[in-house]
Design a binder for this molecule. Structure first.
Ligand code: NAD
Ligand code: MG
Length: 407
């Protein structure tokens, strides 16, 4: 009764005071869908800050539509363009990576939704946590690279990190009301990506266009390639470890090509809770924004008649080498997940540019891990160093692979 009353008061206050949201990475796939959710729920949310890396035109359009207090265009080349286009509006315009990290400190922000890609999100996440903002986190690479630090800082500052990633949102939703109950394990589901069922031989001449053609989800380029290599599941295992305080042996992966069951939690009495829904990222985004409430929407509904059979398979770790690499680094801990993730960022970039074959993404990551000195409890500086060194090593390995392929 008391909890219900508290929730009711929270609900009333959130109606009276709109949640003011900073959307970091607003021009990307998650960022754009977040703005769609906000537009459909103007009574509950308003946009306080928008940021982009280099897509100045879309940032300008978004700013004119949502009228935030401030925008950041990280790439300084586009600053004059954005400033000029927004000169007749009451919108502050900033540029550079420092501004991106500092903008989250604005006192008028209630929640920061972080939809940047890669380790570049670390500084803004840490600053937002230190300023005790509510965090909605899509940018999984931050938790993979510095999960221990991020979670420890969030605890010290009494700040919640609400997952946006669909699998983690599913686990988060299954855990609602289970505060006193032990988790036996979680099963993270994987679509299997565009190459589910293929062999190494089939994957020898994969082009970026083929790898970018995901069967169920429309996402940014980096995560789409990670889904094709299954590295995305490796990153998500590590993300789950930190978000839900799990040991590696508690985290299982199951390939579920329909992407309807987003993940499952197994409790110690043998009960299993699953969260089910159509593959639509607006649902976990909306839940992260409105938590602990659910808001009505008009999105297409799930029906068993559209999905008469839901299937499940073990992952193919022989063909998809990134997954066993992730199993290895999650067991090792320390700075190894950071190294894996940063080397993967470099390898994916090279694959997308056409300078690294698809199957060599795993090879670059594996070789980089072998060359980085192990640190058991990395500090923030250690994480930043590991990221920097891993990128340099991976770059050299990619260069060597390229010259071998050209010979
Ligand atoms: P995206 O590439 O579509 O968008 C990334 C956004 O971040 C863009 O606005 C871009 O301008 C900005 N950005 C990128 N690098 C930056 C940098 N160095 N500095 C400043 N801004 C930068 O990516 P996405 O698909 O929206 O994914 C965002 C994050 O969410 C990733 O970590 C991804 O793994 C995670 N995620 C995405 C999905 C999805 O459906 N797209 C689902 C689950 C998790
Ligand atoms: Mg996911």
């Amino acid at each position: 009764m008391c909890v219900l009353y508290d929730n009711f008061l929270y609900f009333c206050s959130s109606i009276m005071m709109k949640k003011r949201i900073a959307v970091l990475g607003s021009t990307g796939s998650i960022g754009r869908q977040t703005l769609e959710v906000i537009s459909a729920n103007k009574d509950f949310f308003e946009v306080e800050v928008l940021t982009a890396n280099s897509n100045a035109n879309l940032l300008i359009k978004q700013a004119i539509k949502h009228l935030p207090n401030a925008v950041v265009i990280a790439d300084e080349k586009y600053y004059e363009n954005v400033k000029q286009a927004l000169s007749s509006y009451d919108i502050k315009v900033y540029t550079g990576n420092e501004s991106l990290a500092q903008i989250v400190e604005m006192s008028t922000i209630d929640m920061v939704l972080i939809a940047l890609v890669g380790f570049a999100g670390l500084k803004p996440v840490m600053n937002a946590i230190r300023c005790r903002k509510l965090i909605a986190l899509a940018n999984k690479e931050v938790l993979v690279g510095a999960g221990e630090l991020v979670m420890k800082t969030a605890k010290e500052n009494n700040t919640s990190i609400i997952p946006v990633d669909s699998e983690h949102s599913a686990i988060f939703q299954c855990l609602h009301g289970e505060l006193y109950n032990k988790i036996e394990s979680v099963t993270i589901t994987a679509s299997g990506g565009p190459f589910f069922g293929k062999t190494i031989k089939d994957l020898q001449h994969i082009t970026p266009e083929q790898a970018l053609n995901h069967p169920n989800w429309s996402m940014g380029n980096k995560i789409t390639i990670d889904s094709a290599t299954l590295m995305n599941k490796g990153l998500e295992m590590i993300e789950a470890k930190w978000l839900f305080d799990l040991s590696p042996s508690q985290i299982k992966i199951s390939v579920h090509p329909q992407s309807i069951i987003h993940s499952l939690v197994h409790f110690e009495d043998g009960s299993v809770k699953a969260q089910i829904g159509l593959p639509d990222m607006r649902l976990p985004i909306q839940y992260a924004l409105s938590y602990p409430f659910r808001l009505q929407n008009q999105y297409k509904r799930f029906s068993f008649s559209d999905y008469p059979s839901l299937t499940f398979f073990p992952p193919d770790t022989t063909t998809f080498r990134c997954l066993p690499i992730a199993y290895y680094v999650i067991e090792q801990g320390g700075n190894m997940p950071c190294c894996m993730s940063s080397a993967n960022e470099m390898a994916v970039e090279a694959f997308l540019k056409g300078t690294l074959p698809f199957l060599q993404i795993a090879e670059v990551v594996e070789k980089t891990i072998q060359q980085i000195p192990f640190l058991a409890t990395p500090s923030m500086e250690d994480c930043l160093d590991t990221d920097r060194e891993s990128r340099l090593i991976a770059k050299e390995i990619i260069k060597k692979q390229k010259s071998k392929t050209c010979q």
